[in-house]
Design a binder for this molecule. Sequence first.
Ligand SMILES: C[S@@+](CC[C@H](N)C(=O)[O-])C[C@H]1O[C@@H](n2cnc3c(N)ncnc32)[C@H](O)[C@@H]1O
Length: 157
Amino acid sequence: MSSKFGLLEKLEFLQSWASVLIANINPAIIHNLEKYYALKKVHYLSTIEEIDGDYLEFGVFTGSSFCHSIRCCKKLAKLNSKILNTTFYGFDSFAGFGDLKEDDKHPFYTDKNFATKLPTVTRRVQRVASNIQFKLVPGFFSDSLKNGANQLSSVVT
Ligand SMILES: C[S@@+](CC[C@H](N)C(=O)[O-])C[C@H]1O[C@@H](n2cnc3c(N)ncnc32)[C@H](O)[C@@H]1O
């Protein structure tokens, strides 16, 4: 009796080939590609659904996902030019995670691994943003977010 997978079942080497390939790719590359796909989908759906609003990112680090979001927005403007009115806000301490409770400490997510410099990130974003409005808000969330969303209109550059 033939199996419901037919010829595919006999091509086990194809599964092994794909598995070997994926197992060998640096996981950071996969992580970033998946992050980029997810963000692109968010911006695509917001664009075609004509959802107005701004973009807020909590934890910008070197600006990789922030810049990617701006890039997606610029590319998608051909479907709906109104999205060029989006303002991109990025919040980060630019000094890592700050004081953490013992339970929240993590061997990889440490201040040392995630310290960045606001001027460096700003330059990176400027190169991508051109006519897109953005604002990087430095400081720990407990300070930068304590006045809620109403403060945002006053922090745009
Ligand atoms: C995993 S990284 C973000 C990566 C980034 N979204 C990307 O994909 O390119 C997390 C960032 O959150 C910031 N962060 C963590 N806790 C914070 C806090 N309480 N206040 C401000 N920034 C914080 C860290 O400084 C770090 O840059």
